[in-house]
Design a protein around this ligand. Sequence first.
Ligand SMILES: Cc1cc2nc3c(=O)[nH]c(=O)nc-3n(C[C@H](O)[C@H](O)[C@H](O)COP(=O)(O)OP(=O)(O)OC[C@H]3O[C@@H](n4cnc5c(N)ncnc54)[C@H](O)[C@@H]3O)c2cc1C
Length: 756
Amino acid sequence: MHPDSHHPVPDLKQLVLVGGGHSQLQVLMSLAMQPIPGLRTVLISKDTMTGYSGMLPGYIAGHYTFDQTHIDLRRLCAWAGVVFIEDSVVGLETTTRKLATARHGDIHYDWLSINIGSTPNRRHITGQTDRLIPVKPIDQFLQQLDRIERRVMDAGQPLRLGVIGAGAAGVEVLLSLKYRLERQRGATSSASDFEFHLFNAADSILPTHNSRVRRFFLEHLSREGIVVHDNFEVVALESVDVLSRIGERVAVDEVILTTSAAPQPWPGRAGLQVDERGFIEVNAFLQSCSHPEIFAAGDIAAFTPSPTEKAGVFAVRQGRPLAENLRRTIAGRPLKPYRAQKKWLALLACGDRYAVASRGHFFARGRWVWRWKDHIDRKFMRMFQDLPDMPQPERPHLAEGLLAGNEKLVRNLGMRCAGCGAKVGGDVLQGVLDSLHQGLNGAVAGEIARRDDAAVIDVPPGRLLLQSIDYFTALVDDPWELGRIAANHALGDIYAMGGQPHSALALASLPYGNEQLLAETLRMMLEGAMSLFSDAGVALIGGHTSEAAELSLGFSVNGFVTPEKLLRKSGMQPGDVLLMTQPIGTGVLFAGHQQARAQGVWLEQAITNMTRSYRHAAEILQTHGATACTDVTGFGLLGHLLEMLRPSNQSLCLDIAAIPLLPGALTLSAEGIRSSLFPANSKARHVITNLEQAHRHAAFELLFDPQTAGGLMAFVPAASAEACLQQLQQYYPDAARVGEVVETDTAEAAIEITGY
Ligand SMILES: Cc1cc2nc3c(=O)[nH]c(=O)nc-3n(C[C@H](O)[C@H](O)[C@H](O)COP(=O)(O)OP(=O)(O)OC[C@H]3O[C@@H](n4cnc5c(N)ncnc54)[C@H](O)[C@@H]3O)c2cc1C
């Protein structure tokens, strides 16, 4: 079926990918190359940067950087047109097709694909198990690695390090870590500084590899002075000792766990068919043996046609068949079997840019093997790092599986009209408000219960009512994050005026879709917003939702202020100091994000800042006698400054070098990326008295970058500026003193840029 190409294709059904593991990376690639019209795809991952296991030993040894060995899921999703949600899945309800998440509530799926990896099994170890450092999840392991390094380097202490598990991961981790630590210690290193132990429950290391590989590593470990403890099944940890089943003891300071893989418990608890260890049993199509709408790949899957090892090589190989079978199941076409290879090539790193190749009976070793491994790994990573522009299909074709249950919606596609204001059915908003209502405290719930045709607000005697509205198109795809950002942005106006926020009305536009998806998007947005509103004591008293091509959200916020506390944009005096609470750069960062050019970690930092409440800032600025205040938003720093200075024609020295900037803002700005409001904002440059000189500063263009939830900017008397700044920095680490009002004889507001 071909929908009319003049009308956007609504989101009819939802594919949820849980975990950005090796297999699912290829599902993202496939969706980027050939989008499925009418399908909304969501990736839920507990981290933005997902590690590539093949390069992990090289990263531990110090041959690669973090960025070389990790894939930026936020960026990859932006490129692939997939909604990225940073969260952990903690449960599954298969009858209602809902996933439980740690922060985003329940997320509905029509099809589900799970690629969440595994963690080393620690079930049989007792005692001080908090001393165990599992090698997975990789991000947590890397944090521990930093700590171990600090212990060795900063404190100069000797180290006894043990690794439990003598499979490929254990041997590679131990050799790489030894190489790194000894290199770090460098010339000052002595033989007594380190002791390394490998604990092996079986009687031979690397049990899945051939005898020549095993022999090589045994000799290599011995040459490296590593003590291998065969038949040493670790059963307990005591203060410094590792204990075996037969009572042997070895003292170690740090214990890394690389034992055989164990699954997360929630798939098994949900009633999915799992094997005796708890891994999801899948058929030849990588489809759950018990639930045909659920797929699984990588370590978490137990491939029933021929059990495979828990190795990245299988997770990678399963990527394409997984993508193909998801596409086929959505299209209602027969699935294609995946055939796992019987023999597979393992390239094992030895620490010092030396590697061993192992496949069946094949064995090779040398620096050339390392170079070969390096070439393969870098090539794999480039697929997800060098992202080409993708042409969009012109005439969308709706797959069969997407139509089922959505026939009426699709039939009426061409009949969408503005006659009803593209309003979303009242039931959707009502249902969401009711579900929010249940989660609210008594006072706020009372307000909503009294909902009527219009909200009725009692203005307490002696107070003034403040009202403000803000609304913008989604800069992030995650509705929950968008809700938090939009709420904070809207509250900024009330706080900037010295007010206490009271209540809010929501204005939302939801991308065309079926009611279930609309309701879920709305719920997530409003729940996200409520997480900030609740903290501010704000009641959500109603709203209006409509359908549109793009997701947008805004709030009209009410607040109260006593006349003596009312803060205005103008009112500053010569000598007053200009303080900023937060760094700027959101405009350029999210413009870069739209082109998949912004790094995920930059966006994360931006989001952290954009959702940092202004409440403390407002209180602190009041306490220190702020003379003028505003929130930094769409006009950019300079536009807002001009608004502040103009009413009383004040002049300002602005220290451009002191302006706090978000990570990545300068990089993207230097690449020529600009937000769409930039040209209009940059007209404010006429206020700069030394434009030619100012123009040469790298941060110059960022003065016109439009901000979303960009923090407060206020003037305070010079005498209290330092104390005020110190207090601000307790809550806003980037708060800075950036300028000073100066006496001039000009009749107009003017800004001189300093700080070269
Ligand atoms: C040191 C080391 C070296 C290795 N070297 C090799 C090698 O050279 N060759 C090889 O074939 N294998 C190797 N392996 C094994 C390999 O790491 C795993 O088999 C492989 O990573 C499994 O990939 P995956 O796609 O199943 O999951 P992973 O790569 O582990 O990815 C899982 C993803 O899911 C996310 N996630 C997890 N739980 C949740 C949740 N509840 N909600 C949301 N997101 C979640 C994680 O954040 C992660 O991004 C090595 C392992 C280690 C530890």
